[in-house]
Write a protein that binds this ligand. Structure first.
Ligand code: MN
Ligand code: MN
Length: 286
């Protein structure tokens, strides 16, 4: 018998009720400032996710055991503010069912409403950009304001940007916590990351991966590439170091029209890393 259905993220065969992890795509790129096309990312990431084995060799877990649900895409309706409101509503549906949300952007403006739904969390963004403008091109929900809007929700001292190497003079840098990529290269990811954790409050952590935080040589398919970035190993270190503390994740700013394929594969692999690490850490405790 042929199987009829939509393209799902690899191994995401659980129902919403049975799942620990719920994946949502948001093909939204209305506020993009340079190269557009992140709206194609949820489909590209789902396609490339099919390349991996079910077994995660390093962590000793298999996706045959990890219950993952793919809830499909949230489509753009109306204004940017309306989109942000519907993302918050969807995130609340997942969080109130005590499940771990994983969103695929879309651009970075999708992250603040997810954070809002999570309530009292700390947020780590991995990003080439500080994203700390109060508004950009007349929009407070622009992707260039993502970190600033996140601070509005969680408060100063509860959000940290990692791997930054692009800051505009319009940004009120004094109010932002961040570690720049040059320091990560100079002092090593492990030391700089540990320093960052000491500065953040001991809340659960939401991790937002703006794929342009990773160097364009690894992740060329993005709207605003910025040289001198982090390596995939650095991001992997962050995920593994956070472990059980993670309560949600997103990967944003993947732009398939500019990709050679590696960027969407990297995004899919980071989603799987988050799920494998979280699954291992929650089950090891029992
Ligand atoms: Mn960003
Ligand atoms: Mn960025």
């Amino acid at each position: 018998m042929p199987i009829r259905g939509m393209l799902r993220f690899a191994d995401a065969v659980a129902s919403f009720e049975d799942a620990q992890f719920v994946i949502v795509g948001v093909p939204f790129d209305k506020t993009t400032t340079y190269r557009s096309g992140t709206r194609f990312a949820p489909t590209a990431v789902r396609e490339t996710s099919q390349t991996f084995e079910k077994e995660n060799f390093e962590h000793g877990v298999t996706f045959a055991d990890i219950p993952v649900h793919d809830a499909g895409d949230l489509f753009e309706e109306g204004t940017v503010d309306e989109m942000v409101a519907s993302i918050e509503e969807e995130a609340r549906r997942i969080v109130s069912a005590r499940k771990f949300p994983i969103f695929i952007g879309g651009e970075h403006s999708i992250s603040p409403p997810i954070v809002k739904a999570l309530g009292e969390v700390s947020v780590i963004t991995i990003d080439a950009h500080l994203d700390f403008r109060d508004e950009y091109q007349g929009l407070r929900n622009s992707h260039a304001c993502a970190h600033r809007r996140i601070v509005d929700h969680v408060g100063k001292g509860n959000a940290f940007a990692f791997g930054v190497r692009s800051i505009s003079g319009e940004e009120e840098v004094a109010d932002a916590l961040y570690a720049d990529a040059f320091r990560v290269h100079r002092e090593g990811c492990e030391k700089v990351f540990d320093d960052m954790l000491k500065k953040l409050s001991r809340r659960p952590v939401y991790l937002s991966l703006d794929i342009d935080g990773i160097d364009p040589s690894y992740a060329p398919g993005t709207g605003t590439p910025e040289p001198f970035g982090l390596t995939p190993w650095d991001v992997r270190h962050v995920i593994n170091r956070l472990g059980d503390r993670m309560v949600g994740f997103d990967v944003v700013e993947v732009c398939p029209p500019y990709d050679n394929g590696n960027t969407s594969i990297l995004a899919a692999r980071m989603m799987r890393e988050v799920m494998a690490v979280k699954w291992k850490s929650t089950h090891a405790k029992k």
